[in-house]
Design a protein around this ligand. Structure first.
Ligand code: HEM
Length: 127
């Protein structure tokens, strides 16, 4: 099993910023996701970068600025179905591929993000 420091293994702040950037470019183009996100993703990217920094074992940038993430509560205003979680994870998987993250770190990341993503689901399945 993977027991490294994911933040370090990704290469630190710059590669993480790049990942976040690519991720939100995909989110903005995704039919399931784009409608629930703001048009201007500048602040969203900044917050996500700060959150992922600490989530992955780097500096606790998000907590220093915003306190406890309370992610589920912060997502409550946005309708998130199991389909949204899958779409989010799909964009992340694609973003990891685009920035060239491979190997055990990639699997570890997707597994952790999968848990968090399904934890954010706050509306029943649609269709
Ligand atoms: C904020 C959607 C999963 C971390 C947001 C926002 C939306 C959103 C619409 C508000 C954007 C804004 O107003 O700037 C979703 C959807 C998800 C999901 C549809 C699918 C399951 C996740 C996951 C994480 C995450 C898995 C963490 C790994 C964050 C953070 C913020 C955020 C840190 C900023 C919170 C703040 O306002 O301080 N998300 N999200 N989200 N999301 Fe998600």
């Amino acid at each position: 099993t993977y027991n490294g420091n994911p933040y370090d293994d990704l290469g630190g702040a710059e590669p993480l910023k790049k990942l976040v950037d690519v991720f939100y470019t995909l989110v903005a183009a995704h039919p399931e996701l784009a409608p629930i996100f703001p048009d201007d993703l500048t602040e969203t990217k900044e917050k996500q970068f700060k959150f992922l920094s600490q989530f992955l074992g780097g500096p606790d940038l998000y907590a220093r600025e915003y306190g406890h993430p309370m992610l589920r509560a912060r997502h409550m205003p946005f309708p998130i179905t199991p389909k949204s979680a899958e779409a989010w994870l799909g964009c992340m998987d694609q973003a990891l591929a685009q920035v060239g993250v491979t190997g055990p770190i990639r699997e570890f990341l997707m597994n952790r993000l999968m848990q968090t993503a399904y934890h954010m689901v706050n509306r029943p399945p649609q269709d």
